[in-house]
Design a protein around this ligand. Structure first.
Ligand code: AVI
Length: 333
């Protein structure tokens, strides 16, 4: 697996960044910790469990689109590509794409969780011997180096499924989409999954599941701070909260202090009053036109999109600096 520097230096740099982000986030008036820190080994496992929950419609909906439309998606990408996946996790949906792609030269899964990445990459390498699997352990929100495949690809395409773009504020989403547009180059493609659900009750249920897996996923962030940054959070003195903010079209995840308390992280103290929240995640829900407008401001034009039969999720094909203007839509049954 590629990573810059030795394993020890990478681990120490990552710990420093984590510490810096936590100290900065907890030191501000509206306390927060970036959601990318959810995904340590335990957090990634909990997220995989969330994806299988009845209430969490996102994975099921997007999988149904991939199942029904992978050949059409593959056609949009074209033969001879190197496919780079942002936030690949277990690469479950990717298999539909890899099965359908013609002469795919290389697949580059990029993920922040190394254990997850190693495992998924090893399985893919044995299942797809014709495709060079080149995992990159990196934080895709920052610039990272792409590996050079043995065979020269005709072009690169980015696959960014799972509605992960919804975890970025619109400003940060535009910045990330701009980087993707640069990475694929003029005429290059991006296949991206977004959550287009507008049913508030269904959305809130997805982030407040009855088994409490999402609550554990959210609270795991405090456990990780305790383990990795010498924190002394008492997990039972915080509670998970997920509310839909209709005005801003986003779910807001917080960890709310149940009591007045003082917590230390790496020797630094932070006070919490009862009811005070640590903001941990946004999950934006978009309409297709709103997302197309956002992508257009990043230099990506919508060419075609697919939805599931309940119109919960959509998979979009966007092209960098596209010349064409026509938009096609297909719905999976
Ligand atoms: C990864 N991301 C798209 C998930 C979401 O739905 O925003 C993360 C998540 N947070 C709570 N449940 C799932």
């Amino acid at each position: 697996m590629r990573d810059s520097g030795t394993l020890a230096s990478v681990a120490s740099r990552r710990r420093c960044e984590f510490l810096q982000d936590v100290l900065t986030g907890l030191g501000t008036a509206s306390k927060n910790v970036p959601c990318k820190y959810f995904y340590d080994k335990r957090g990634s496992e909990l997220f995989d469990r969330i994806c299988k929950l009845g209430e969490y419609y996102l994975t099921r909906s997007e999988l149904s689109i991939m199942e029904a439309s992978a050949p059409e998606l593959a056609e949009q990408i074209g033969p001879g590509a190197m496919v780079v996946e942002f936030g690949s996790g277990s690469s479950v949906k990717t298999r539909y794409l890899l099965d359908a792609l013609l002469e795919c030269v290389a697949y580059v899964p990029v993920d922040i969780s190394s254990e997850h990445l190693d495992h998924a990459a090893a399985e893919l390498a044995s299942d797809y011997p014709r495709i060079e699997i080149l995992p990159v352990c990196a934080d895709f929100t920052k610039p990272f180096e792409l590996p050079l495949p043995t065979r020269l690809p005709s072009h690169s395409a980015v696959y960014f499924p799972g509605s992960t773009i919804g975890n970025f504020t619109p400003e940060l989403a535009i910045a990330l989409l701009r980087r993707i547009a640069l990475l694929v180059g003029q005429g290059g493609g991006l296949i991206i999954g977004i959550d287009v659900n507008q049913d508030v009750a269904q959305i809130e249920a997805a982030y407040n599941d009855s088994l409490g897996v999402t609550a554990r996923f959210n609270l795991n962030l405090l456990r990780r701070i305790n383990d990795d940054l010498e924190g002394d959070f008492r997990l039972d003195s915080f509670e998970h909260r997920a509310l839909y903010n209709a005005e801003l079209g986003r779910v807001e995840l917080d960890l709310v202090s149940r009591i007045d308390q003082c917590v230390t992280v790496a020797g630094e103290g932070f006070t919490f009053s009862e009811g005070e929240a640590i903001h941990t995640e946004y999950s934006y829900k978009y309409s297709i036109p709103a997302f197309a407008a956002l992508a257009a401001s990043a230099g990506l034009s919508l060419h075609r999109y697919w939805t599931d039969r309940h119109d919960n999720c959509a998979v979009l094909h966007l092209v960098a600096d596209a010349q064409e203007t026509g938009v096609l839509v297909s719905r999976a049954n």
